[in-house]
Design a protein around this ligand. Structure first.
Ligand code: F6P
Length: 717
């Protein structure tokens, strides 16, 4: 381009220069014409030559001369070029111009006709065109320079635009990738709506969904990402939850209605999920003021004050509750599934009630479902028969059943008189979830042993009567960040408050245990370990207290009331043995503790003891970790709680081994703050990543995949 523009520029300049010279020549001619004419007719002896010489002193005029009519050159100035003669020029009646080259020099010749009386001829005016050549050269140079300058400017501008565009692209792509990592929202395509942007957006979106399907662990699961997953993977899906325990209990206390959040791992896990997903939660209305707070369809929007989902209450008579809840569920299945050496009790009447209550909840599901294909999340051992009943009523429903307690080995399970019915009921589920792979395997084993079913161990599924149930491990967890941590005072203040409330020695090392009064939790074993610690390490006497916050539960049952009485008796014994008038080593707080108080207790503690004899997961362990945003405190955790698979930085203990549990408590009390921080940091990271939103998301993603597959198969058929 530069090469094309440069000659054009110089040609233009040369044209201007020539016109300029012609104009100049004309002006000169006009101004000297009369003098020259006068000179031509002057008397002999007058010479025009000196006049011409003077004029040629002008730096541009190279010479002047006069051509007679006969073609003779007269009065020519001294520097007259040899190449120019009158004969070589065209001499007309009009002005004419020519360019002549003399010794490599270009000369412009202007020829003007002139008449003075009888004398006629032509005045020749010569101009050196060297200045024009110089101008053309300059023009070429400046044209090139400006073209290069403009090109460079445009180039720089383009570069700046490309860099800015690239930076904004990189920023958008980074944001999208970060969103993808955290499972967040891919809001906009980079660079607006460009085809490339849309393409990249689409690819990242596909990648995000694939990754989410593949693992989900790197996604920062939150209510937002869970909600988004529902919108994207299960658009328009209706979510129903069924559990025995309700998330909000209304009780009448001194004539007024009081709200209670039950002490239930199931509730603490599912409630934040329902807050994120919306839908309807169907549960037993067990509060004394529950009936006063529902509408005519037995529904109440919750959470109170900021409702995001509907709670539908189902009323049970005392007989129903005795047979289904206390009887079959808690005297039969609970001890059957937990290895805690309490003999399961199976009564025919309880079984009958259990079946009937399951039917009632199946009816409630149908009543609450607005569509024929809802996603029903059936919770726990209270509803083993419900999945099959829902399948019979709503064949297109996706039933995800989660068994919150362990599943025993086939040998142990075989003692249940209704083992086939229970397995059959569960196999009405689309997906059946347990906390651990181990419990899944136990279930597959039982299905294999007691049912005419096909077991696919590679895909972990059971097919019965043409219906396939996926059996999967989904380790349950807690919300992150936990709402009970909101507004908590600094750890030192929590400690002061707890010391004050429970009358603990001001400088005591505090160990805590928080649970329902349940024989699976190993409460007695823990107090035995404290007894052992104070016996073998007397230096802790007066400097160590164990605070047990225990909520009464299922107190109607002999095993539970006996445990409570036994715990009180044992605590008194230990206190008598190691305590004094102003020192009580074991402090029991037997009442309901709301989640915020539980978190305050966790924050006040130097260590937390979770000594379950057998537990599906145990969320207390995870809550303790979540409460310690100061990264201090030690977790002593039973190897028989599912949580020990994930929280391996805890001090893992065998609760049946009293001496080693006492040693673990001693080690926890002596652990440096640096080591506490290291362990707590890793455990907090684990709970944050594997929070309850991830638990729900994994089940919902599996459900979404199965629903898509079913649609494809239906289409193909
Ligand atoms: O572990 C099973 C479970 O349902 C937990 O989710 C919960 O902590 C506990 O049992 C609740 O028991 P209940 O509802 O009988 O008080």
């Amino acid at each position: 381009m530069v090469i094309a523009l440069a000659p054009l520029g110089s040609a233009m300049v040369e044209g201007w220069s020539r016109r300029d010279v012609e104009l100049r020549s004309r002006l000169v001619f006009r101004s000297i014409r009369d003098q020259v004419a006068a000179g031509l007719v002057a008397p002999p002896g007058f010479d025009l030559a000196p006049f011409f010489e003077r004029l040629s002193e002008d730096e541009r005029i190279l010479g002047l001369g006069f051509c007679t009519e006969a073609g003779t050159l007269r009065y020519a100035t001294k520097q007259w070029p040899k190449a120019i003669s009158c004969a070589s020029l065209k001499r007309d009646r009009t002005d004419s111009f020519a360019t002549v080259t003399d010794q490599g020099r270009r000369i412009h010749v202007s020829v003007f006709p002139i008449a003075a009386g009888p004398v006629t001829g032509h005045l020749l005016l010569l101009h050196d065109l060297a200045f024009a050549d110089e101008r053309a050269r300059d023009a070429r140079f400046y044209t090139m320079l400006s073209v290069i300058g403009v090109a460079a400017g445009l180039g720089l501008l383009a570069l700046a635009m490309v860099l800015a565009l690239q930076r904004s692209w990189v920023r958008s792509v980074r944001t999208m990738v970060a969103d993808m990592r955290t499972g967040g929202v891919l809001d906009a395509a980079p660079s607006g709506d460009s085809p490339l942007g849309r393409e990249l957006h689409g690819l990242l979106e596909e990648l995000r969904v694939e990754r989410t399907y593949a693992e989900g662990i790197h996604v920062e699961w939150s209510p937002k990402t869970l909600h988004r997953l529902l919108m994207e993977e299960l658009p328009g899906a209706e979510v129903l939850v069924v559990s025995n325990r309700e998330p909000y209990i209304h009780n009448r206390v001194d004539g007024a209605i009081a709200l209670q959040r039950p002490a239930s791992g199931l509730v603490s896990a599912l409630e934040p999920v329902m807050r994120a997903c919306g839908g309807t939660w169907i549960a037993h209305g067990s509060g004394s003021a529950d009936r006063d707070t529902v509408d005519r369809n037995d529904r109440v929007p919750v959470p109170p004050g900021d409702p995001t989902y509907m709670l539908r209450r189902v009323w049970l008579s005392d007989e129903e509750q005795d047979g289904y809840y206390y009887g079959l569920a808690n005297e039969g299945l609970w001890p059957l599934c937990h290895i805690s050496f309490v003999r399961p009790i199976f009564r025919e009447e309880d079984w009958r009630r259990y079946k009937a209550v399951n039917e009632r909840f199946a009816d409630a599901v149908v009543q609450e479902a607005d569509r024929d294909d809802p996603i029903v999340l059936v919770q726990d051992y209270h509803f083993a028969l419900l999945p099959r009943m829902i399948r019979a009523r709503l064949p297109r429903a996706t039933v995800i059943t989660f068994w919150h307690i362990p599943w025993p080995n086939a040998e142990t399970f075989s003692i249940c008189p209704w083992r086939e019915e229970i397995i059959d009921g569960l196999l009405g589920s689309t997906i059946l979830g347990f906390h651990t792979r181990f419990h899944c395997n136990n279930f597959l084993e039982a299905a294999d042993r007691f049912m005419e079913s096909r077991i696919d161990r590679e895909h972990a599924s059971v097919t019965l009567g043409g219906h396939e149930t996926m059996v999967r491990a989904y380790p349950i967890s807690i919300e992150w960040p936990p709402s009970a941590l909101e507004g908590q005072a600094p750890v030192a203040d929590c400690r002061a408050a707890v010391i004050d409330r429970f009358g603990l020695p001001p400088d005591a090392h505090i160990a805590v245990g928080v649970e329902r009064f349940d024989y699976t939790k190993g409460l007695l074993d823990r107090i035995h370990a404290v007894d052992d610690l104070l016996g073998t390490h007397p230096e802790w006497r007066g400097r160590f207290v164990y605070l047990q916050a225990a909520s009464p539960t299922r107190s109607k049952l002999g095993a539970y009331s006996a445990l409570q009485a036994e715990t009180v008796r044992l605590a008194e014994q230990v206190n008598a043995r190691h305590g004094s008038d102003d020192y009580t080593p074991v402090v029991l707080s037997i009442r309901h503790h709301e989640p915020t108080e539980v978190f305050e207790i966790f924050r006040a503690a130097d260590l937390c003891i979770v000594s379950s004899l057998h537990d599906g997961m145990n969320l207390v362990a995870k809550e303790f970790v979540a409460a310690r945003d100061d990264e201090q405190g030690v977790l002593v955790l039973s190897s028989f709680a599912g949580a020990s698979r994930e929280l391996s930085e805890a001090l893992i203990v065998n609760p049946y081994d009293t001496r080693s549990m006492a040693s673990a408590i001693d080690a926890a009390l002596r652990m440096s703050t640096a080591e506490q921080r290291e362990r707590m940091h890793l455990m907090r990271d684990m709970v944050r990543q594997r929070n309850v939103y991830r638990w729900a998301a994994q089940m919902l993603l599996d459900a979404a995949r199965l629903r898509k597959r079913a649609r494809i198969l239906a289409g193909a058929a």
